[in-house]
Design a protein around this ligand. Structure first.
Ligand code: AP5
Ligand code: ZN
Length: 209
């Protein structure tokens, strides 16, 4: 199954995708995670996008589309995938149609107040990228990843100013994709407000998976 996860920053797309790949057996492809890995490894791509991402702005369409096109051409993505954080503009959605046929677009619905609470308490593993939350999804040992023992950190774009910018960018450039995909009959709405296990149950019911 070829899925797109749509929703504001902090809706829980990454958290849910990490769980869904276990029962769907398809790769989780997060453009944000690919960019963060490039930044950590100080590659040419990482150096190019670091400032843009830290400020909460979008990386340009050309760079992002080329990256996803290349990733979806790999063998493990042929049977299906979860695309998390792409497309984020109408231009990206139109480009995606040119190289892959998406089955469903899942829209994670959540108010801004919850987003701010989730992002300001988020901690991420430096080593494997797993997401935690200081209140809602605590690691067993404070500051340490349950999965790999890596150190947890606060993303630079989870500072208050960048969160506001990301919400603005989401409303202006990404939210129009909801209508875009609804008109194509591909959209499935999932209530992202409850606790993680309930959101997963909502997702499984909505998609019958
Ligand atoms: P990206 O990494 O995609 O960031 P995002 O869309 O802002 O999404 P987040 O990772 O912030 O949130 P999420 O929905 O995955 O929530 P999470 O599961 O972590 O992109 C980062 C940047 O890269 C962009 O700003 C842009 O610059 C660039 N970029 C990426 N893609 C791009 C593109 N296509 N085009 C251009 N630029 C692009 O959950 C959040 C927190 O809440 C966690 O702490 C989690 O533990 C907790 N949580 C999750 N679910 C629940 C729940 N149900 N109840 C309580 N807490 C929960
Ligand atoms: Zn880890």
């Amino acid at each position: 199954m070829k899925l797109v996860f749509l929703g504001p920053p902090g809706a829980g797309k990454g958290t849910l995708a990490a769980k869904a790949v276990e029962f769907l057996q398809i790769p989780h492809i997060s453009t944000g995670a690919i960019f963060r890995a490039a930044i950590a490894n100080k590659t040419a791509l990482g150096l190019k996008v670091k400032e843009i991402i830290d400020a909460g702005k979008l990386v340009d369409d050309e760079t992002t589309i080329a990256l996803v096109r290349e990733r979806l051409a790999q063998a493990d993505a042929q049977k299906g995938y979860i695309l998390d954080g792409f497309p984020r503009t109408i231009a990206q959605a139109e480009a995606l149609e040119g190289f892959s046929k998406v089955d469903r677009v899942v829209n994670f619905d959540i108010p801004d107040s919850a987003v701010i609470e989730r992002l300001s308490g988020r901690r991420v593993c430096k080593n494997c990228g797993a997401n935690y939350h200081i209140l809602f999804n605590k690691p067993k040992k404070e500051g340490i990843c349950d999965l790999c023992g890596g150190e947890l950190y606060t993303r630079d774009d989870d500072k208050a100013e960048a969160i506001q910018k990301r919400l603005e960018v989401y409303r202006a450039q990404t939210a129009p994709l909801i209508d875009y995909y609804r008109k194509k009959g591909l959209l499935v709405d999932v209530d992202a407000r409850p606790a993680v296990d309930q959101v997963i149950a909502n997702f499984r019911q909505a998609l019958q998976v």
